[in-house]
Design a protein around this ligand. Structure first.
Ligand code: DGJ
Length: 724
């Protein structure tokens, strides 16, 4: 891999950086314009982020190709799209940097490149403005999977403090990217997609919840009009940050479109002392020429390539929350564990209610001591029982929170995020510990460490059940420090207890981002175990995350959150694709229901390696009455597909189900797989292939498809395709 490198004490006037970063599908090209009289100043310009270009491309040759003319009513110097767009380059879209010293100086720096180094995967440059007293280091790293990671650091090289208001990363989009899709949502309805046509101006999504948020965009996607899961060029970004954020897609009459994101900071929340630095959260970006599936493939492969990605089969979970809630009687829980083990559960997770005075959700948070009332002999009797049954033991915690009705709060009311003497509004009867407070941090680390040391715990379900508002530390905005302290807390616990897995839960799916996932092993997608809702939630969580990172449980027949009745087969077929688990009172099921549950677990285990290692494909359907998707083995040897009918179909004749993603030239034997011990649909006699199976080519399955049987709402057809 060739590498170019340069370093000076002042601006690089000639021979500025140029680079061509490339993965299998994506190229990113940076050029520095030549110094010509009246031309733009020699700052690096990002001329292309998109489809892969040939290896022998001379980046500098693209400079003149994209050089704009000088229209009337525009800057005298042709406006290019600098790598770090700032006002000093004539840039008028959202700037990368906003901030100033106390007297207002330094607010508009002119940053010149003073060093750079690049190869075919990474570009790093240092920019400086000696007068403004600022230095910026930026690294763009394009992974082999096609995910571009943008890291930026701002250093105050002046002699006075510098307050950072915004320091984000932006990437250019081509003019044809005029449609935007991102996600929103709320408790029990996470990952709700919304699509807009981008006019002139900005589409801004601000996260002000102090956690990533149920309504987080997750991925901000811009693309050609009408892009789908299967087709169209798309560019998507995700911010790896668990605090507040701003995502922005902008289009301007200047002729530029860009997408970017940053941490949302309160004024002077980050105030850099001389010599100090602010590191922006990493921006992750991917391009796909083949719709949202291609984009997800980049993100999934990127996550899977991480050294810390879960490498063992994801254990089937029994979570006690919707099974017993706060009713923590040992005999009830051991009976539940017995049945769980008998149907094939591998990890038993004791949810909320085991500590301090926590008999309901009004008290006890913060008192991370096993409750002597509920557990006179500690947790050992339950843990030993669970372990003797061959299951792992997991425990629920909500470390960042405190109930005012707790011993911890009574002893340390000052350990809470607040503004002066005023407490923020309560939410689920709780306040938030100030992790930026060294004593609070040390206490929490000590308690969690002690629990993990004393007990045989393989897994923590790490919850977070409120938004943070007025997150003040010592009278100043404190969310930035609090979020970094949370990361330090998790990192330290993982270093001390490397075998322990952690789930990121926040009232369901309120904290799903690459920042938290760098130190956790799965997310709880939603508190809704209603499989109709889950079909949507899991489909759209999958825009960013591969299925093995997404907790999906079979809940009770009557959903606890929507009160909808759903059969076991549909519930199982829905949960099957994620990190599978159960969340219901198994002791209340009859023998035939338990046979069904056991069958669902067996089916999941049989396909687990495929489901958690294959390529996710989603099938575009014309209406919202059904959801269809599948997972195809990376070598094309087999695949599992699901067609879930959510409401009545609009047509009498059922549609053809196109099985995408198989090897077009290979032949496959396709058969219906009943799950949970029974037929998944009421009518399994026709078409003929339903009973007899069918063998045909991957191309025919993708392009023609298979005629579906008549499905009624809350029926799911599961298919297995095997190469012959
Ligand atoms: C919210 C979580 O999302 C639930 O699964 C459960 O753990 C409760 N908190 C417990 O309070």
């Amino acid at each position: 891999m060739s590498r170019t490198e340069a370093r000076t004490d002042g601006p690089l006037l000639a021979g500025g950086p140029s680079a061509h970063l490339r993965s299998t599908t994506t190229s990113l090209v940076i050029v520095t314009p030549e110094v010509v009289p009246g031309g733009p100043r020699p700052t690096p310009v990002l001329v292309h982020w998109g489809a892969r270009l040939p290896d022998d491309l001379e980046p500098a040759a693209l400079g003149p190709a994209v050089d704009p003319p000088r229209p009337h009513g525009a800057p005298d110097t042709p406006l290019l799209r600098p790598l770090l767009p700032l006002g000093s380059d004539g840039w008028r879209l959202g700037p990368v940097l906003r901030g100033a010293r106390d007297d207002g100086r330094g607010w508009s720096p002119r940053l010149d490149v003073v060093a750079h180094v690049s190869d075919a995967a990474t570009f790093t440059a240092t920019f400086a403005d000696a007068d403004a007293g600022l230095r910026v280091e930026i690294t763009l790293a394009l992974s082999p999977e096609g995910v571009l990671a943008v890291d930026q650091r701002l250093t105050n090289t002046g002699t006075q403090p510098f307050a950072v208001d915004e320091f984000g990363a932006f990437l250019p989009l081509p003019a044809r990217a005029t449609q935007v899709l991102d996600l929103t949502g709320r408790w029990c309805r996470e990952r709700d997609p919304q699509r807009i046509d981008l006019g002139m101006g900005a589409w801004v999504r601000e996260g002000r919840r102090g956690r990533t948020g149920h309504d987080s965009p997750l991925v901000s996607v811009a693309g050609v009009p009408g892009f789908t899961f299967e087709t169209g060029e798309v560019w998507g970004i995700h911010l790896g940050w668990s605090g507040d954020s701003v995502y922005r897609v902008e289009r301007s009459p200047d002729g530029f479109t860009q997408v970017g994101a940053c941490e949302r900071l309160e004024h002077a929340e980050v105030r850099l002392a001389p010599g100090a630095s602010y590191t922006a959260p990493t921006l992750y970006a991917a391009y796909s020429a083949t719709g949202l599936d291609g984009l997800s493939a980049c993100f999934h492969d990127f996550l899977r390539a991480r050294p810390g990605h879960p490498g063992t089969p994801r254990p089937v979970v029994l979570n006690t929350w919707e099974a017993v809630y706060f009713d923590h009687r040992l005999d009830r829980l051991t009976a539940l564990a017995d049945v769980a083990a008998s149907v094939g559960v591998e990890r038993f997770v004791l949810d909320d209610g085991w500590f301090g005075g926590r008999r309901d959700d009004t008290a006890g948070l913060g008192d991370w001591y096993v409750s002597p009332d509920m557990w006179p002999d500690g947790l050992d009797p339950l843990i030993s029982h669970v372990r003797a049954l061959g299951m792992e033991f997991g425990l629920w915690v909500e470390p960042e929170m405190v109930n005012p009705d707790s011993d911890l709060y009574r002893a340390h009311p000052d350990w809470v995020l607040r503004v002066g003497d005023r407490l923020p509004p309560v939410w689920r009867n709780q306040q938030v510990l100030d992790l930026g407070n060294a004593d609070a941090f040390a206490h929490l680390l000590g308690r969690l460490d002690a629990l993990l040391t004393e007990y045989d715990i393989a897994y923590l379900k790490w919850d977070h059940n409120r938004d943070l508002v007025e997150a003040g530390h010592d009278g100043r905005p404190g969310l930035h420090e609090h979020t970094l302290a949370l990361y330090r807390l998790l990192d330290e616990l993982r270093a001390r207890h490397p075998g322990v897995e952690i789930e990121s839960c926040a009232s369901g799916g309120g904290r799903v981002d690459f920042g938290i996932l760098a130190r956790t092993d799965r997310v709880w997608a939603s508190d809704s175990n209603d499989s109709i809702e889950r079909q949507h939630i899991q489909r759209w969580t999958g825009l960013l995350l591969p299925p093995e990172l997404v907790g999906a449980h079979v809940g009770a027949e009557v959903s606890h959150t929507t009160h909808r009745h759903l059969g076991l087969a549909f519930r199982s077929a829905t949960a099957l694709f994620g990190h599978f688990g159960l969340e219901l009172d198994l002791t209340a099921l009859d023998e035939s229901e338990l046979i069904g549950v056991r069958d669902a677990i067996d089916t999941h285990k049989r396909w687990r390696a495929l489901l958690h290692g294959g390529r996710t494909v989603r099938i575009d359907l014309p209406g919202a009455d059904a959801v269809a998707h599948g997972v195809v083995a990376l070598d094309g040897a087999e695949a599992v597909y699901s067609y879930a009918q959510l409401s009545t179909a609009p047509t009498e004749a059922p549609p053809l189900f196109r099985l995408r993603g198989l090897d077009a030239s290979a032949h496959y034997r396709v058969r219906v797989v009943p799950v949970a011990g029974g037929p998944n649909t009421h009518q399994l006699r026709e078409p003929r292939w339903i009973t007899e199976g069918i063998t045909t080519s991957g191309a025919a399955l993708a392009e023609v498809g298979l005629r579906l049987p008549v499905l009624v709402p809350a029926e799911a057809l599961l298919l297995h395709a095997e190469r012959v």
